[in-house]
Design a protein. Structure first.
Length: 114
């Protein structure tokens, strides 16, 4: 059974940082390009960052230079380091493969507010 479990969200002030984690089980993690997605209230889910099996990364323009995606295959874990957070980064953050091959997890709430 495939499970994607996100964690690390919380309430942070503008300009602050958070590090999200996604623990994957039931899949051969190292063989998938992985991605972080987010969904803000009243908006569609959007892709934020991608990391390939070869560790090539790409980012949405809105987070480029502030967010860093990484992975540790030995731990079946995906990370998202988020710096210089802005109120518009407020959303529920999810992980999945780049092709959205699996059911969504519960996500982790990130709220950026003073």
């Amino acid at each position: 059974q495939v499970q994607l479990v996100e964690s690390g969200g919380g309430l942070v002030q503008p300009g602050g940082s958070l590090r999200l984690s996604c623990a994957a089980s039931g899949i051969t993690f190292s063989t998938f390009a992985m991605a972080w997605y987010r969904q803000a209230p009243g908006k569609e889910r959007e892709q934020v960052a991608i990391i390939t099996t070869g560790y090539t990364t790409s980012y949405a323009d809105s987070v480029k230079g502030r967010f860093t995606i990484s992975r540790v295959n030995a731990k079946n874990t995906l990370y998202l380091q988020m710096n210089s957070l802005k109120p518009e980064d407020t959303a529920v953050y999810y992980c999945n493969t780049r092709g959205i091959n699996f059911n969504w997890g519960q996500g982790t709430q990130v709220t950026v507010s003073s």
